[in-house]
Write a protein that binds this ligand. Structure first.
Ligand code: GLC
Length: 717
């Protein structure tokens, strides 16, 4: 076993700074093409042999080649860490995380992400820049596609599931890799949903809404944290000593590695918090950012700062020790190639089991938003079905951050339908592209649709319209798609809309001109099979929204766990003008958090408590009876919300505190029970303590954040 402290004693200061620097795999190639870019970083080709980690290079042969050369040529032969973004799959691509969240099934998602880790590990990846757990309330922000939604509790459960999936019980367990939770912290709060924009959060909101999921990842043992591009209280996260030392290290006990996001060290200058690279390095290392990603200021300025007595080398040793400890933990000193294996790649990548898992998660991530007259599941017998739209035959359904995923390996909705439908029952026309379209194409599509019995319209955004730097100010369908939908609707045929998108959209015009709407997000490699199974009734939809869909973009931010304000809008009329409301739209979102339909209906009744007095050392139980009142079996996600009526600070009108997915046969009723403990009622009080406060509470049970039964209880302490 390597003695890290002894190894550090042998290292030169520049070698230490090299360990703290990560560059893209491009810089490790031996071609002359790198000479220019290396010199632009004001480092030498010899410096490449000092580096500690590689960004974004995957593939067993690629990573092995780079590692082998590094181990042979570098003075101390300290193995490289290979890090990559395997956000929702490596080559077998699962639904985007915002869709994975809609499964409300952390166990299933843990299985799926373990499969992703397996593929990434045999491809030579050691650290995965996932989970992304940024809490979000603004769908204009393109990176909502990477997160599991607007709720701290649900995001925390998923954060834990992702970390467990990647890291397993130990790195000795084959195909595990280190998780890197990101982006710490509060990145999802970018003003106006404009990426990289300023974040202004009260300490109360930061701690109780935005931080919990990062903490859940740290508590689950996550070995790396990535800093976010934004400022908090005007201080860039990468240079934020309060965030990185006080909160992350001292309060949460994190002792892993902190890595900056891409270029975020140097961006401290653009933030106006450092005069130059030298000051950026001083602030970043002092704050506790151990690895600089994709810039070379640590190498450019680190030695000078130490020589001038401005930077204590002990801070550098601290960073290097954490980096080396992670390499020891991953077993890299014993085996620098870890699980990289070209034969295993052939056996594991895109294997049948992984595709089946991709199918299952895609099915469970689909959210049925509208289903007039139970047009779905579609009775396709002896029917001519028109499949129209830019996504009708498209395999570009993997979404952003799809790593090594290949569109050509995905199953389109056309292929999924053809696999189930009788031959010659599908009639296809694109109608328009995602952003462009001609009158002729629209007319041709309408003419085709008029000859059919029912229309499936496959519409949406292309993957580049969400993800990093993918902010949109208009949330309507791009291009002429709405015009196409309106024309199809005007034929008088029933229109079923299937949506491919990376964010909640402004769906009103779509809902008004369709009989059914199925939110498919970017469903991944098996998307077409999953969608076809649900449309045709092989599977029933069970997804539930984890992010509110706004009534219109002007309503944003809109989220379920909002404060009551001093003038809540109690009824949806304009009479009471002087309340917190708009003159021209309702306060409620178009579709609320937790919402989703299936192919049956459920009734909730008989909510009750076994005791309406809770104390710090007691548990009370709240229950309700849920009945399947339809004619098909169905999965219902029964949700528990709690409201703290009065506190030292204003408290959310409700907060998700539990849920249970249950399957009920037609006519079957089941009592669903949740435990309530004092621990669930804790929050950041006015005195700064994270604790509960005695008083009145309401427990609510329902199918989503809006339609709930409620019952009151008291916390006595
Ligand atoms: C990007 C992203 C981050 C990603 C990193 C490495 O800028 O912000 O999520 O992990 O660079 O690719």
């Amino acid at each position: 076993m390597v003695d890290v402290k002894e190894l550090i004693k042998k290292m030169t200061l520049r070698e230490k700074l090299g360990q703290m620097t990560q560059l893209d795999g491009f810089y490790f190639s031996e071609s002359s093409a790198v000479t220019g870019p290396i010199s632009e970083m004001n480092i030498s080709e010899d410096d490449i042999l000092l580096l500690g980690s590689v960004l974004g290079t995957t593939g067993a042969s690629q990573t092995t080649r780079i590692q082998k050369r590094h181990m042979e040529k570098s003075r101390l032969a300290i193995p490289l860490l290979f890090m990559a973004d395997v956000i929702h799959g490596y080559r077998t691509i699962f639904p985007i995380p915002l869709a994975l969240g809609c499964t409300w099934d952390p166990e299933l998602v843990e299985q799926a992400m373990a499969a992703a880790a397996k593929e990434a590990s045999v491809a030579g990846v050691h650290v995965n820049f996932s989970p992304m757990v940024d809490m979000v309330r603004d769908p204009r922000w393109g990176r909502v596609m990477e997160t599991t939604g607007e709720d701290p509790y649900l995001n925390s459960l998923f954060a834990k599931a992702f970390v467990k999936a990647y890291q397993g019980s130990s790195y000795d367990v084959p195909y595990t890799l280190a998780a890197c939770v990101k982006h710490f912290a509060g990145y999802g709060g970018a003003e106006a949903g404009r990426d990289y924009n300023t974040v202004e959060l009260s300490n109360y909101t930061l701690r109780d809404q935005y931080l919990p999921a990062y903490k859940a990842a740290v508590d689950a043992g996550c070995d790396m944290v990535m800093t976010s591009f934004n400022t908090l209280d005007g201080v860039p996260s990468t240079a934020n000593t309060w965030l990185l030392r006080e909160v992350l290290r001292n309060e949460w006990g994190f002792n892993g590695v902190v890595i900056s996001d891409w270029g975020a060290v140097k961006e401290i200058i653009a933030h106006g918090v450092a005069e130059d690279g030298k000051e950026a390095v001083l602030k970043s290392i002092t704050a506790g950012t151990n690895i600089e990603m994709m810039t070379s200021t640590y190498l450019n300025w680190g030695e000078k700062l130490v020589e001038e007595g401005l930077l204590d080398e002990a801070l550098i040793d601290e960073a290097v020790e954490r980096i080396l400890e992670l390499k020891v933990k991953l077993g890299l000193f014993e085996n620098p190639y870890r699980y990289a294996d070209t034969e295993k790649e052939k056996e594991i990548i895109l294997c049948k089991e992984h595709r089946e898992l991709a199918y299952e998660t895609a099915v469970q991530s689909l959210v049925l938003l509208k289903n007039d007259d139970d047009i779905l599941p579609l009775d396709a017998a002896n029917k001519k079905i028109a499949l129209i739209g830019p996504f009708a035959e498209s395999r570009s359904i993997l979404g952003g951050w799809s790593c090594e995923g290949r569109d050509e390996e995905a199953v389109s909705i056309k292929e999924g339908l053809e696999a189930i439908l009788p031959a010659d029952s599908l009639f296809i026309a694109k109608g328009c592209d995602i952003e462009e379209g001609t009158d002729q194409d629209i007319a041709d599509a309408v003419r085709l649709a008029e000859k059919c019995d029912v229309i499936i319209a496959a519409l949406g955004e292309h993957a580049g319209m969400s993800g990093e730097a993918g902010s949109r100010a208009f949330l309507t369908l791009p291009g002429r798609q709405q015009e196409l939908l309106d024309a199809l609707y005007s034929t008088g045929k029933k229109v079923i809309v299937v949506l491919f998108n990376g964010r909640p959209l402004d769906l009103r015009p779509i809902v008004e001109h369709s009989a059914a709407v199925l939110e498919a997000w970017f469903p991944g490699t098996e998307g077409g099979n999953a969608i076809a199974s649900v449309l045709l009734g092989k599977k029933a939809p069970s997804g539930r929204l984890t992010m509110s869909f706004p009534y219109t973009v002007g309503q944003i931010p809109v989220y379920y766990n909002h404060l009551n304000t001093g003038r809540p809008k109690l009824v949806d009329t304009i009479e009471n003008r002087f309340c917190s409301a708009f003159l021209d739209i309702p306060n409620k979102p178009l579709f609320p958090f937790g919402y989703g339909l299936t192919y049956t209906t459920f009734e909730y009744a008989d909510i009750k408590l076994d005791n309406n007095m809770l104390t710090p050392d007691s548990v009370i139980r709240v229950s309700a009876v849920v009945k399947n009142t339809g004619s098909r079996a169905g999965v219902e996600t029964v949700q528990l919300y709690i409201r703290d009526i009065t506190g030292s600070r204003s408290r959310p009108v409700k907060e998700l505190k539990g849920f249970e997915r249950i399957e009920l046969q037609p006519g079957e009723a089941r009592k669903v029970t949740f435990d309530i403990t004092e621990d669930m009622l804790k929050f950041t009080r006015l005195d700064g303590k994270f604790d509960s406060e005695a008083g009145r509470f309401t427990a609510m049970i329902g199918p989503n954040a809006e339609d709930t039964l409620s019952v009151d209880f008291i916390l006595d302490k």
